[in-house]
Design a protein around this ligand. Structure first.
Ligand code: SAM
Length: 352
């Protein structure tokens, strides 16, 4: 099927396309420039030139899961494991707050050491000290009661990528003990509790087809998340997928734009993975419609150990250096970092 400007106009007016047109759009580079500029125009209409920053604290690389693509999977016996104490996490927040961060993202492998009591203690202490900040958790699949306990302790956002919305593809990426149905259920439960929810997927993960990507978009249309995180799949030698190729910059950018056009209000990060596969990946991501960056606030001594994929960038600099570097990069792309809490602007879309 041939795509034309009409395809983008239809996407702009309907915020949707039939499967065959989405397929053609994702598989062709012919309309990329128009696609990127249309996505940028929409993000500017809602968010102006503002880019929100989130301070990422990667607090544990222990994980009980064995996702075939991930460098911190349980069976990677070469991984050097670490955990941050509550005090260490608090000092990351303290440094982050003085650098202007108003969102802290606590991310980690699924590490049973951090039981609900400990997570709630950490969240409550951050909430008490920084009442003007958002607390985002990204700690995997938990029971609804656990999610509720974290929410009551003061967490208000949750990131849980669905990874792929297709059952067959999910089985190729994960061991039998994990289930797509459970992951999807977690996302809907998080929404019910009242979290601002983020989901997403890797682009170019092993065995992924364009049909799988369309299923991802259809799933997101049902979920209606506030945040959508996508980034290229990147190889890691200590995984069963060691011989697979990385996801591509071009397809990731095209998907960022398509997602911006379908979900105009969404908070979409220009991810570290995008910056890893191309020196200007994050800047290009912003120009294609992304509006969030997530610099690392973890102590430098553990940065290299949160080794999800190879050649991960930003593992050597102190938080302040990362913040300064990103500020310059964002400016060079034509946008401005703002230090607000950076909530989603869903109402703007409704009042159009
Ligand atoms: N344990 C939590 C969870 O499952 O949501 C958060 C940590 S998990 C390591 C964070 C994200 O890293 C995953 O959702 C996955 O999309 C991404 N990731 C893992 N391995 C990757 C790889 N090889 N390339 C790119 N992204 C990867």
């Amino acid at each position: 099927m041939k795509i034309s400007e009409k395809t983008i106009n239809q996407l702009l007016s309907d915020r949707n396309l039939p499967d065959n047109e989405l397929n053609a759009l994702l598989e062709s580079s012919g309309l990329d420039e128009l696609l990127f500029s249309s996505a940028d125009a929409i993000r500017r209409k809602i968010y102006g030139d503002e880019v929100y920053i989130r301070g990422l604290i990667e607090f544990t690389n222990y994980c009980k899961n064995n996702c075939y693509y991930c460098g911190i999977r349980k069976y990677n016996k070469k991984a050097v494991r670490y955990r941050l104490s509550k005090d260490e996490i608090m000092s990351c927040c303290s440094e982050g707050y003085s650098l202007g961060f108003r969102t802290f993202v606590l991310q980690g492998g699924e590490d049973p050491y951090y039981n609900d009591k400990l997570i709630c203690e950490i969240v409550s202490e951050i909430r008490e000290r920084y009442s003007d900040c958002a607390i985002t958790l990204s700690i995997g699949e938990k029971s609804k009661e656990s999610y509720r306990a974290y929410f009551n302790a003061g967490a208000n956002r949750y990131l849980l990528r669905h990874e792929t919305a297709d059952e067959e593809h999910y089985k190729k990426l994960h061991p039998e003990s994990m289930s797509l149905q459970k992951r999807k259920q977690c996302l809907f439960e998080l929404k019910e509790i009242g979290y601002q929810v983020g989901s997403g997927f890797m682009v170019g993960s092993p065995y992924q087809t364009t049909e799988n990507l369309i299923s991802d978009i259809r799933f997101l249309q049902r979920l209606k998340p506030d945040m959508i995180g996508i980034g290229p799949y990147i190889n890691h030698a200590q995984t069963p997928f060691a011989d697979f190729a990385n996801g591509s910059l071009e397809l990731t950018l095209r998907l960022i734009s398509v997602l911006r056009l379908i979900f105009p209000y969404a908070l979409i990060p220009a991810t570290t993975a995008l910056g890893t596969i191309h020196p200007q990946g994050r800047e290009l991501g912003l120009k294609a419609g992304a509006n969030v960056v997530m610099p690392n606030l973890s102590p430098v001594k553990v940065r290299k150990l949160y080794d999800l994929y190879e050649n991960k960038i930003c593992t050597g600099e102190e938080a302040a250096q990362c913040r300064g570097c990103l500020e310059r990069r964002v400016k060079s792309a034509g946008y401005n970092i703002v230090t607000s809490i950076g909530n989603v602007k869903k109402e703007e879309q409704h009042s159009e």
